[in-house]
Design a protein around this ligand. Structure first.
Ligand code: ZN
Length: 377
């Protein structure tokens, strides 16, 4: 069986669920059909006309990008703008376009984890995990049906706590019900007397985005016509998705050394920064792409330096103490440069999962912006 766009989608959903993307984002399949076969795919940070030509020339079936081509709704599919002409070209050429963006930023071992590792951080962790993303499902089952319901819920993605799977709790009790006139009860009779049944209260945690699949599986496996259940919000973070990454270097270095290492690792010869070049750097926080909003999180995580991109002038002041000296160094290392690792990250992940498909990073540098360094030609 050949791999389809849908297979790639399902595999990426396991790692970086679309539900963990920011609300403004537009991720997933943007052009094409889920049932299209894929034997060759190009991976790029951005889709550009050059990337599309590369895909057409190389007979690729699919392009997978980090940044979505379509962000605002398109009013027409013509050559009236760069965006719509690229969407039209892809549709004409029969090439699917798929984007995994802020959901891949939020994924464990996603963009920021890779950036952190590329800068020498060992065992990175999230700067902040995803809040408001776990619910608890409680369902009441007759004792002899509980195994089937439990298995079905696990199979649909319930019961994961950290690195432990199949976590559930069941407590015994007694349930009552009285079947009405238009019922087909599993226990008792239509329009019969009140029944009292030994039941188990089965409970387990579910990520919010798996809730509908878990509920469907639970109801299919449950013998009752009307299932009694509760879905409860719990004050717990989902630990496999979050913002940025933070961790320690193998050994402390000066900020000067760290700036040089960062420039080299990210192939960016000019870095804007706040900080004392002689300050000691050990704890490093990062966020690939536009991470100015997380300066406070980096400080709270005890970072000596925060590496991100798209830092505007006034945001640099946020790392200064009342005396005007920096409390933490801040490096603006470039949007493309801090996220370029995404291409290899996706190629490696997808090649491992779909060895029969050829995934290749684009040969183009997709960023339209370059850095001019005086003295270099
Ligand atoms: Zn980005």
């Amino acid at each position: 069986m050949s791999t389809t766009v849908g297979d790639i989608h399902r595999s990426l959903e396991e790692w970086a669920p679309a539900a963990t993307a920011q609300s403004y984002d537009n991720v997933g399949l943007l052009v094409g059909r889920m049932n299209k076969g894929v034997s060759k795919a190009i991976v790029a940070l951005d889709v550009t006309p050059q990337v599309i030509e590369e895909a057409i020339d190389g007979q690729a079936d699919c392009i997978i990008t980090h940044h979505p081509l379509i962000f605002k709704p398109l009013k027409r599919l013509t050559d009236s703008s760069l965006e719509s002409s690229m969407a039209l070209r892809l549709a004409e050429a029969g090439i699917a376009l798929y984007a995994t963006h802020t959901n891949l930023d939020a994924a464990r071992d996603g963009v920021s984890f890779q950036l952190a590792k590329d800068l020498g951080v060992r065992e990175p962790e999230f700067l902040s995990t995803l809040t408001d993303s776990i619910v608890k499902v409680i369902v009441f089952c007759p004792v002899d049906s509980v195994e089937g319901v439990r298995d079905a819920m696990f199979a649909a993605g319930a019961g994961q706590i950290g690195k432990y799977s199949e976590c559930s709790f069941a407590s015994a009790g007694s349930g009552t019900f009285r079947p009405g006139s238009d019922t087909n009860p599993h226990i008792g009779q239509t329009n019969g007397p009140r029944e009292q049944v030994s039941e188990l209260r089965l409970e387990m945690e579910v990520p919010r985005w798996k809730l509908s699949a878990v509920m469907r599986a639970m109801k299919e496996a449950h013998p009752y016509e009307e299932v009694a259940y509760d879905v409860i919000k719990v004050e717990q973070d989902f630990r496999d998705a979050g913002i940025g990454a933070v961790g320690n270097l193998a050994k402390p270095v000066t900020l000067r050394e760290f700036l040089n290492a960062t420039a080299h690792a990210l192939d960016n010869p000019a870095l804007r920064y706040v900080g004392d070049p002689d300050a000691v750097v050990n704890r490093v926080a990062v966020c690939g792409g536009s991470g100015s909003d997380f300066i406070g999180l980096a400080k709270a995580a005890g970072a000596d330096v925060y590496v991100t991109a798209d830092v505007t002038y006034h945001r640099y002041f946020e790392v200064l103490n009342n005396d005007g000296h920096p409390s933490m160094a801040l490096i603006n290392a470039g949007h493309f440069e801090t996220e370029r690792c995404t291409e290899d990250l996706l190629v490696d992940f997808l090649t491992q999962r779909f060895p029969g498909v050829r995934f290749a990073a684009t040969k183009h540098r997709t960023a339209p912006v370059k850095t001019w360094v005086a003295g270099r030609d």
